[in-house]
Design a protein around this ligand. Structure first.
Ligand code: SF4
Ligand code: SF4
Ligand code: SF4
Length: 365
């Protein structure tokens, strides 16, 4: 029986109370994830272990205890087969993100998703609906980078021949072995957890501080760029509709709106947004962006937005872009250095203190 695990400090909702990320709950075909609390609550008894949520989590905060997408990727990449099936090599086709699909399809010269079991599967309809969008996006992007191969669905209905009895998805894991992975981690404690029919709330505390501060590039992004390095560069770099890309973005900064509050690059989980020691600028590395939306969620002045188009040059010749540069000057009040955007003479903190004092004295208009 597989268990869905959440690394609470990797969830972008842990990085800011303003985060609106809900990808995991949105795709779950059994409503096993609840977002009424700050962090996702999981009902293990409702979860069928499809890994659909794992595939869409921008920061890889979710994982199944007995399925590692990266190990699956390498297993597939070294296999002559290009068929993925829930009865063969992964828990469900929903476990594959668009990044995985593009990477595998380009490396394997085509990828076939076995949908032959979906009609008889309890979550089949929802998985097919979920995968339709991912496959459409994948094939659109493959065409845009001039790769001829496509991801296709075929009703193969792969069977290992072990049994004629229909398998429960969770039973599948009892016999599931990827090449090189000979262990199945099902101890008593996990058995108990997986049958608990209640939503268990995740928490963060001071023990997570270091992890919350750590910026991390996702494993699937590393695989994605490794795969792209092995394909031929397109004859020209196309500019595509950014709504067709759910896993990365390009940003536009409205310099007139930016208040130099520094929130966006401080919360960015992957260091796609950065500054320098003096906080004199904001740089953006599209190579690292996972489109988690956190920088937008924390920007009170809506200064940062997603570009409606995406230049695919970033996938082959990535480079860091400067979004804004500030004047660094000393605050007239506290003498500390601060990033000035519009000729202000006092820093943001002193400005707030002054506003609070005026309010206290009843002098604010
Ligand atoms: S693994 Fe599948 S069923 Fe379980 S919570 Fe994630 S999306 Fe829902
Ligand atoms: S998709 Fe990932 S980052 Fe977003 S709420 Fe779910 S667990 Fe958190
Ligand atoms: S740049 Fe924004 S959307 Fe991209 S990873 Fe960083 S916080 Fe998320």
């Amino acid at each position: 029986m597989s268990l869905l695990e959440l690394a609470p400090a990797r969830c972008v909702r842990a990085l800011s109370i303003n985060s609106i990320c809900s990808h995991c709950a949105d795709v779950c075909p059994t409503n096993a994830i609840n977002l009424s609390a700050r962090l996702p609550s999981i009902n293990q008894s409702l979860c069928v272990g499809c890994a659909g949520c794992v595939a869409v989590c921008p920061s890889e905060a979710l994982g199944l205890d007995d399925f590692n997408p990266t190990e699956f990727f390498f297993s597939m990449a070294s296999d002559a087969e290009n068929v993925v099936s829930c009865q063969k090599n992964l828990p469900c086709i929903a476990a594959l993100s668009v990044e995985h699909l593009i990477s595998l399809c380009s490396l394997k010269k085509g990828l076939v998703l076995d949908t032959g079991h979906c009609n008889s599967c309890e979550i089949g309809d929802k998985v097919l609906e979920m995968m339709e969008g991912r496959i459409q996006s994948t094939n659109y992007l493959l065409e845009a980078i001039e790769i001829d191969e496509r991801v296709v669905c075929e009703k193969i209905a792969y069977s290992s021949g072990e049994t004629n009895e229909p398998k429960e998805r969770r039973d599948f894991f009892k016999t599931f072995h990827l090449r090189g992975i000979a262990k199945v981690k099902h101890d008593f404690e996990k058995e108990v957890q997986s049958t608990t029919d209640e939503f268990i709330e995740a928490h963060i505390d001071s023990s997570h501080t270091q992890e919350l501060r750590t910026k991390k590039i996702t494993d699937r992004r590393k695989l994605f760029f490794t795969a792209l390095k092995r394909v031929e560069k397109p004859s020209r770099f196309h500019v595509v509709d950014s709504s067709m890309i759910d896993f990365t973005s390009q940003k536009i900064m409205d310099e007139a709106k930016c208040t130099a509050c520094q929130m966006c690059y401080r919360v960015c989980p992957t260091a796609a947004l950065t500054s320098d020691m003096r906080n004199s600028k904001i740089d953006f590395d599209p190579f690292l962006c996972v489109k988690c939306h956190l920088c937008h969620d924390v920007c009170e002045s809506d200064a940062i937005s997603v570009s409606t188009s995406y230049n695919l040059t970033e996938w082959f010749e990535p480079k860091v872009q400067n979004l804004i540069t500030y004047t660094v000057r000393r605050c007239d009040e506290c003498d500390g250095l601060f990033s000035s955007v519009g000729g202000e003479k006092i820093c943001h903190r002193c400005q707030l203190e002054e506003e609070e004092a005026l309010e206290l004295w009843g002098l604010n208009k």
